[in-house]
Design a protein around this ligand. Structure first.
Ligand SMILES: NC(=O)c1ccc[n+]([C@@H]2O[C@H](COP(=O)([O-])OP(=O)(O)OC[C@H]3O[C@@H](n4cnc5c(N)ncnc54)[C@H](O)[C@@H]3O)[C@@H](O)[C@H]2O)c1
Length: 398
């Protein structure tokens, strides 16, 4: 068994021969599968319940890769995955390790964590894998509860920390790993040591779960605070960005967060609720409760600013629309989950206003400009529209 070997070279050889299934071939799972392949793992299989995606990957199509936005990334992924077998959970033969990368949203119409995708994926792997590693974000204590449910399998939690759109090599980002069993931890450290420059072992899976949540809650709180401070700066009559730029010159104790329309995507707006689900009542985590509420409200504040700008030019711009530029949840990504642009479009359309949107990768801003009374710049990427007679611009990052 792998765990008996502590010689690092021997471990490297052995770990690369293990049969590993990456379960859930989305934003996290597909790059992980390619990363493992590039690192020299020889016995990989990609698993997904979406039969259309599996069929498409097998046929060398692009459905599974559209999410990567940049064409060159997509091409690289297609090349990398084409020679890797893929399967539905039912068709899968036994594996040594299953790495779970399935969604963890909130339950529909509630703020309660929805672990049902992870539970389904674990159930489908429990009789096929010796070790199940969760990369999906989960609530504190969840991995240990799985260990109680499936005593014959070992469990580990190794949260994904990727930040899409940054172009950073995932290898550079240290990996935090944990396991319910010290022997399983050796295997998990050996595996991720092949993918990351640094691997840090947590003393328990709950510590690693809270580490992941702290990172994302930290962002949620600071995004809310940055917007609050930007409002104060504007109220005081100064440019919020200049304030942040100058504060950033301090070499310690400060990290810049810029004004925005609030966080989008499936992590920062969602993960605070995984932390809150473990907090009794509302007396613990009051700052986080407030930050979540402020972040949700932000897009309504932006809508008020847009409405004022639109109403200010009735004759000049009759029959024209409000053009929202930047529909991905952040610059450089086409992922629409919790898109602030979509939320804003919905609020404005519900008020009966004509809204047009610029999609990720659209390059026709200049052509569309003539139809707009107001341009809403979601990510601070629209430049050069400050001339008199041009549409008003609402820059969500200023
Ligand atoms: N995307 C990111 O930037 C990011 C970053 C850090 C952490 N995470 C976390 O990683 C996890 C995965 O996120 P994602 O963005 O890759 O999700 P995704 O929606 O892009 O992909 C999930 C994939 O899992 C598949 N799936 C669902 N149930 C399944 C099952 N039972 N068996 C097999 N496949 C199944 C879906 O068909 C889909 O292809 C989430 O917990 C998320 O919070 C995501």
């Amino acid at each position: 068994m792998l765990y008996q070997y502590h010689d690092p070279l021997l471990l490297e050889v052995l770990v690369k021969d293990l049969r590993i299934a990456v379960v859930g071939l989305g934003y996290v799972g597909l790059p992980l599968l390619i990363g493992l392949k590039k690192a020299g793992f020889r016995n990989l299989v990609g698993v997904d319940v979406d039969e259309g995606k599996i069929a498409d990957i097998r046929a060398g199509g692009r459905q599974g890769y559209d999410s990567f936005g940049r064409d060159e990334d997509m091409q690289a992924y297609v090349r990398g995955v084409q020679s890797t077998p893929v399967s539905t959970p039912a068709e899968l033969d036994p594996v040594d390790i299953a790495i779970i990368c399935v969604p963890t949203p909130l339950e529909k119409g509630s703020t309660y964590p929805d672990h049902s995708y992870v539970l389904a994926a674990v159930e489908s792997m429990a009789s096929k894998a010796n070790l199940i590693i969760l990369e999906s974000t989960v609530a504190p204590g969840f991995t240990e509860s799985l260990q109680d449910m499936y005593p014959l399998v070992k469990f580990a939690f190794a949260p994904e920390r990727v930040s899409p759109g940054t172009g950073r090599d995932p290898k550079e980002c240290a990996k935090v790993v944990s396991a319910t069993d010290p022997v399983a931890l050796v295997a998990v450290q050996a595996l991720y040591g092949e993918l990351h420059e640094e691997v840090h072992a947590a003393s328990s899976t709950t510590v690693a779960e809270l580490t992941k949540l702290l990172e994302n809650c930290f962002r949620a709180v600071n995004i809310a605070f940055a917007n609050e401070f930007a409002d104060l700066a504007r109220y005081t009559g100064v440019d919020p960005r200049e304030v942040v730029e100058l504060a950033s010159t301090k070499p310690w104790g400060f990290m810049p967060f810029w004004p925005s329309a609030g966080p989008g995507g499936h992590c920062i707006p969602v993960d605070p609720f995984f932390a809150l689900s473990a907090a009794p009542g509302r007396s613990l985590m009051r700052v986080l409760h407030q930050a979540v509420a402020s972040n949700r409200d932000r897009v309504h504040q932006i809508a008020e600013i847009v409405l004022a700008a639109f109403d200010a030019r009735p004759e000049e711009f009759a029959e024209k629309n409000i053009l929202i530029a930047g529909m991905g949840y952040k610059p450089g990504v086409d992922d629409r989950r919790e898109s602030r642009g979509e939320a804003l479009a919905e609020i404005l359309r519900n008020k009966g206003l004509p809204v047009a949107t610029l999609e990720f990768g659209d390059r026709d801003l200049h052509e569309r400009i003539g139809d707009a009374a107001v341009i809403v710049d979601m990510h601070g990427q629209v430049i050069g529209f400050d001339e008199p007679g041009w549409p008003a611009k609402v820059d969500c990052t200023a």
